[in-house]
Structures are given as C-alpha cells and as structure tokens.
Design a protein around this ligand. Structure first.
Ligand code: ARG
Length: 595
C-alpha cells in the first residue's frame, strides 16, 4: 500500500477546502473564509475549525438565526463532504470543531513523499510568480557590517523558500555604488597618484590604491571634513563623475571592483548568490522618473526640493534635492518602477534593518499615489530586522569600538568548531582527517552563525554569542547537525535501500510516538506557508527544531534497528532526515551525514 493518490497542497489547505465547501452549503450567503488552525493540545485533535463563533455573531438578528454557536458548528459538520482525511470530529467549548486526521492519510502522505520526492510537498500557489528580493545591499568602500550579514542571511533564506515553492526569484543586490561620497574617494586617489608621480613613481591608478578601501574611505572623509579646498575639489569630482568623465569613471570602477571582490569573498563562504544591480544602474532613469512624478502632480516643489507628500507622514519623500541632486529615495523610486514595469514582478521584497521602515513606507505610499501600485496588483513588502548586539547588550562592536569585521567573525566560528570536532574525534578514538574536519567545521561554523540569526523573529534584536550558537545542546545549528548525522547513521547501519523499501513497505503509525512524528512531518508545507505569509525565516527553524525533538521522543520509545517494525520505522527515520535536510538547505546550511 504505497501512495494511493497524489496529495496536493498542505493538509491545512486540504482541510480549508473541505470546510469551505461545508460553509458554502450550510451558510450559502455568509461568504467567510475557513479558519483552520493546528490544535495546541494534541488531546483535543490535530486541527480545529474556528468559524462557528464568528459566524454566529454575524448571523445574529437575521431571519432564522441560529440559537447558539454550537448549532452553527453542527450545521457546518453536517455539510462536511465525504473525504479520506478526517477520522473524527468533536465539538468543544462554545463551538470549536476539533478534527482528528486519519492515520492512513498521514501514512500515505509520507509514502508518497518518499517515493515521489520532497518536491511534492512544496506549497502551491507561488509557481511561476516573479518575486524580486532586494537584500544584502552593502555600500561600496564601506565595511560590510553585521547588519548586512543579517540582510544577506534572511534574504537568502527567503529566496530559497520561494524558489522551493516554484517562484521565479530575482535576487538583487542593490549595492550602494553611487552618490556624493565617490567625489572624495576619487580625489583622494588622484592625490595619491600625483604624490607617487612626484616621487618618481608610475602615473596610473594602481591596485594598491584600493587595496584597503576602509582606510581610503576614512582618510578621504577626514580630509573632506577638515580641508575646505579638498571639499571643493571632491564636489567638482562628483559633478565630473556624474557627467560621465572617463577618468573619473575609471577610478569609480576601480573602487567598485575592489569592493565587489571583498563582498564576493563573503558570499562565496556563505554560499549566497546575488545579481548585482547597484544604485548606479538606475542613474539614467532618475530624471524621467522625477519629471513623471512632477507632471502627474504626485511630486511638488517645497522649499526648492521636489517632494512627495504622503498621508500619515510628517516628512515628505524627497525625490530631488534643492541643489538638483538625486538621493537614496530617488533611486528607490526608479528601482521600484523598473521592477514593476521591466521585471514584471508580482512581489517585491526589501530586506533591511527596521530603521529603514519609514523610508520604505514612504516609497510604497508614493508609488500608490502615483498609481504604480494598485489594489489587487503586485505586492511590495519591507522585511525589517533588528540589531545584532554584543554580549553586553549594546550594539555589536569590537573592543576598540569598530564595527565587527564579518570575515573575522566567520573565521572564528569555523575555527572554534574545528577545535571541538578534533577534540571529539580524539576522545572517541577516531582518526582525525583534516579535510573532513575542515568540511564539517565550515558547515557547522557558518551554519551556526546563520542559524543563530534566523531562529529569532527577525524584528527582535539578538545577542551575538559564540558560546550560545556553538552549544551542542539546545536550539542551535550544531545540535541539529549532530541530530541529523545521528539519524543518517541509523539509516546507514540498517544497510537497506530505504527508497526501494518505501515502494512496497507501508508506513505504519500504530505507536502514539510514530503518529506524533508523522503528523509533524506532514506539517512541513505549512511551516513554509507561514514563513512566506509572515516573511519570517524563524518559522523554518522552529519547525526544524520541533522535528528533531519529535524524532528524539519517538526514538526513545520506538526501537528501530533490529525491531519487528524496522522497515516502517526506517521509513519514518529517513523521512525525518530528508525533511531536516530540506530545512537545512532552505536555511543555507550544509547538512552533515557523519561528524
Ligand atoms: N545600501 C543600503 C544600506 O546599506 C541598503 C539598500 C536596501 N535596498 C534598497 N532598495 N534601498 O543601508
């Protein structure tokens, strides 16, 4: 009895369909959406339908109105179509409908997944949708700081979840590669070159000029703030750059290329891919966008600046400064228009710190005012995240007060993991193979940094603590990687082709712990639906952690290897490992099969 029919959508989705039809039959004019949620207490049921109370309220005072919410619940139940997923229902409290699912239904879902692949569990509804995710987006010549790390990690996971769901995802790196700061950088580089020539050196831009970008930035900024004459020259350099002067453009490109190399090194380590489309890309569009907004009466001149006033905001969105210059907001308006018109995005998502919420609120409101965004059309969302704090609870900085360098952070996580792995191998009397340690340490170290970030709701601030994130116990990547390796070890020891087994061995859910594990496994699509709905990666980490807990509790009570139920239980173990691996993949963490 392998899979009978191909299950489509999530279980919650299927229950919604059933109850939608029951609602339409029992209360044809009510037009309510089914409210189906997982039961908090497994004793009551697996899911519950919460429609009766609200519907009762809605019908109150109308002709033939029901007498109590329980009557409504009963009417809904009477109209519930025949199906093969609901085992039993019961009424609780004022009118909750508790739902218990059929074991066979859960078992066949799992068999189906093992024989047909995990792709069959991807939530439906996003296939072919164009989703633009603007994330990471560091600034050229400035340090990529922990804020950008958060954006990179959160953005990457959101991309992966959408990709798994079949969406056409465009991963955009909106790099800050344009703006007035380039004037001072170019001038400072030009001065260095002049000095070099005077000293008898080469008369061209050299790689060493941009080898330490942060230093270049610091030095240029200092002179800009202190030397009047330099400031004037820097301003002139901006104008030259913006008017397309070849020498200025060449220097600008050098700076961007050097920054790009630094960013790429981090993306490679983290396994993140991005399409670079920096602010400069939109530069040629800015004038037209602003003119268009003015002509349409959406933007007005206020105190010399071109502004869009939007409801509910005390300050306007400035799309052109009084000196004629374009800024961050101008670029974001142009970028939004481009993503809507040229990219034909169905959903545009921006991942930045919460500090930028007001900026995005205004950009979105201005776009609505301009008629670019309309009800029922493409969606826009700002995914804001909180700060990374040091162990002292203050903004995460090094002892010297500098922003923490990302590379060093990743290095440290990795080397700490390598030490632990070596130690454990020695203790266990195993051979220490450096290549293996290296591989496991990067998976664990980078995984730990990512996981520690993703497991908190993104809007909260969190403390960066190596000790916590590298803990072998608790909700950490390290713990979960070990948990997965352990399950993989069980399956390996059985020495059976589990996927072949799945074709003729049914999943059996007789033990309560088997049933509990199976139910949680089948909820995987729902965790992803929630992650997308709330744009919250912690939905995936929560699910993953619960899954490993459910497996542990199953494993304590249900012997797998050498038991009479070895076959069916191996299926459950492999299904667990399989879903865990998918979670790791979505979180950008490399699973380990043995540590
Ligand atoms: N470069 C900006 C920063 O570092 C983030 C850009 C976010 N994206 C955007 N379209 N504004 O804060």
């Amino acid at each position: 009895m392998a899979a009978t029919s191909a299950p489509v959508g999530s279980m919650r989705g299927e229950l919604c369909d059933l109850f939608r039809s029951a609602l339409t039959v029992s209360y044809p004019n009510s037009a309510v959406d089914p409210a189906i949620a997982a039961c908090n207490n497994a004793k009551n049921g697996d899911y519950q339908c919460n429609n009766a109370m609200a519907l009762f309220g809605k019908l109150k005072g109308t002709e033939g109105a029901p007498k109590a919410p329980r009557d409504v619940a009963n009417a809904i139940l009477t109209a519930l179509p025949a199906n093969d997923l609901v085992a039993e229902t019961s009424l609780a409290g004022p009118g909750f409908i508790n739902i218990r699912l059929k074991k066979e239904y859960l078992a066949s879902r799992i068999s189906h997944m093992l024989t047909g692949g995990l792709a069959s569990w991807a939530p439906k509804g996003y296939t072919g949708k164009k989703v633009v995710i603007d994330f990471s987006s560091p600034n050229v010549a400035k340090e990529m700081h922990v804020g950008h790390l958060r954006s990179t990690i959160i953005g990457d996971t959101l991309c992966r979840v959408f990709e798994y769901c079949g969406a056409d995802v465009l991963r955009l790196n909106h790099v800050g590669d344009w703006g007035t700061q380039f004037g001072m950088l170019i001038e400072h580089m030009a001065d260095a070159r002049r000095k070099r020539v005077e000293a008898g050196g080469e008369d061209k831009d050299l790689d060493e000029d941009v080898s330490d970008l942060q230093e270049l930035y610091r030095a240029a900024k200092k002179r800009f703030d202190e030397e009047e004459e330099f400031k004037t020259r820097a301003r002139e350099a901006v104008t030259r750059l913006q008017s397309g002067d070849a020498t200025s453009l060449a220097s600008w490109q050098r700076i961007c290329a050097a920054s790009r190399r630094e960013f790429e090194a981090i993306y490679t380590r983290l396994g993140v891919t991005l399409t670079e489309r920096g602010e400069s890309f939109y530069n040629p569009m800015l004038k037209d966008v602003v003119d268009g907004l003015k002509e349409a009466g959406v933007a007005t001149i206020d105190d010399g600046a071109t502004c869009v006033f939007v409801e509910g905001q005390t300050v306007p969105l400035i799309v052109q400064k009084s000196d004629g210059g374009f800024g961050y907001a101008s670029t974001d308006m142009a970028a939004l228009k481009h993503r809507l018109n040229d990219e034909k995005a169905d959903w545009i998502i921006y991942v930045t710190d919460v500090g930028q919420s007001q900026h995005f609120d205004m950009v979105f409101a201005a776009a609505r005012k301009a008629g670019w965004l309309v009800e029922g059309g493409p969606k826009v969302s700002h995914v804001g995240f909180g700060l990374v704090l040091g162990e002292d609870g203050k903004r995460f900085r090094t002892r010297s007060g500098d922003l923490v360098r990302l590379v060093e952070l990743l290095d440290e996580a990795k080397s700490r993991c390598a030490a632990t792995i070596r130690e454990r191998r020695v203790e266990a009397g195993e051979e220490v193979v450096e290549a293996e340690v290296e591989e496991a340490a990067s998976a664990m170290g980078y995984g730990a940094v990512k996981y520690a970030d993703l497991k908190n709701h993104r809007s909260t601030n969190y403390k960066f603590s190596f000790d916590e994130m590298l803990n072998l116990k608790g909700n950490t990547a390290v713990y979960l990687l070990y948990a997965h390796a352990r399950i993989a070890g069980i399956v390996r020891k059985a020495d059976k082709d589990v996927y072949a087994l799945a074709k003729d061995t049914p999943v059996v859910l007789d033990h309560p712990k088997e049933l509990e594990l199976a139910l949680h496994l089948c909820k995987f699509p729902e965790a992803l639906e929630d992650a997308i709905e709330e744009l919250a990666p912690n939905r995936v980490t929560d699910y993953l952690y619960d899954l490993s807990e459910k497996f542990n509790s199953f494993y304590v009570d249900c012997r797998v290897l050498g038991s009479e139920q070895e076959g069916p239980r191996l299926l459950l173990a492999e299904a667990t490992a399989c879903v865990m691996r998918k979670c790791f993949e979505l979180l950008g963490i490399k699973p380990l099969y043995r540590i």
